[in-house]
Design a protein around this ligand. Sequence first.
Ligand SMILES: NC(=O)c1ccc[n+]([C@@H]2O[C@H](COP(=O)([O-])OP(=O)(O)OC[C@H]3O[C@@H](n4cnc5c(N)ncnc54)[C@H](O)[C@@H]3O)[C@@H](O)[C@H]2O)c1
Length: 269
Amino acid sequence: MFASKCVPLKADSKLCATGLTLVTGSAGRVGKAVCAELNKRRIPVRGFDRVPTPDVADAIVGTITDPADVRRAMTGVTTLIHLAACPDDVEDVSGELLPANINGLYQIMEAARAQNVRRYILASSGQVNWWHNQSGPWPIDAQDPISPKYWYAATKMFMESIGRGFHETHGASVIIARLGWCPRTKAQVEEIAASAWAQDVYLSPGDAGRFFGCCVEAPESLTHTILYATSRPLRTLLYDLETTRKEIGWEPLEHWPQGIDIILNNSTR
Ligand SMILES: NC(=O)c1ccc[n+]([C@@H]2O[C@H](COP(=O)([O-])OP(=O)(O)OC[C@H]3O[C@@H](n4cnc5c(N)ncnc54)[C@H](O)[C@@H]3O)[C@@H](O)[C@H]2O)c1
């Protein structure tokens, strides 16, 4: 049975009080879906992106590598969803990937700490399990050894490590979200259409939005966890979704190719 919002957790679970949630990368593929879902749940949301964010009243344009922009975006925030990043491997590693995914992360995390942000929800990737990903055994879970694909996945491991450090050092509540594949372009939709494996790691925009909504609303007792998120696999369960269901009450409602209309209607590539 699949839930329409979050599956009810234990009756005594106190939900994380939802003050203002900052969504970095709010104008991106995942960010737009997350902001729409938070709006639907009436969770106060602020967007932050280097380009304007559609349909979010409180949205800041700035870069995560600029400390002044980041401080401005972080004012009054209690929950952080950090999505802004270079979202895959690129030619220009030192000019594009490292500034956003390492320095940008540093700026965001330290500004959040200064603001006493209570919950950090950090977008990682199934690419941290890449080599294991291709061969199994499945489902892969957070106890399995990591095997990052390349530089992009290595930056996500860096992010996961500092997330753990923030939990241990500062007592922050940290949720590491290892996401499946939510395609950004028509070309990526075509790649998924041609691959049985990719269809099983597909993450629809709707499921992605609901996943982050459940992360924001998860109980205060959730202090540090690594969770996987994909839509419902057509053939093989590649990532552990049971822990996700237990810890934040989320389960996917869709499967490939549900939700691709949202991507195709927004893609020029
Ligand atoms: N889409 C996926 O399949 C997928 C899978 C695993 C992990 N992720 C992660 O999820 C997050 C969101 O991915 P997405 O698919 O929405 O990517 P996206 O490229 O669609 O969105 C990223 C957004 O971040 C913004 N951004 C980038 N650099 C910035 C900077 N320096 N300052 C401010 N904003 C900046 C971009 O303008 C963009 O709107 C990323 O961290 C990505 O690594 C995505």
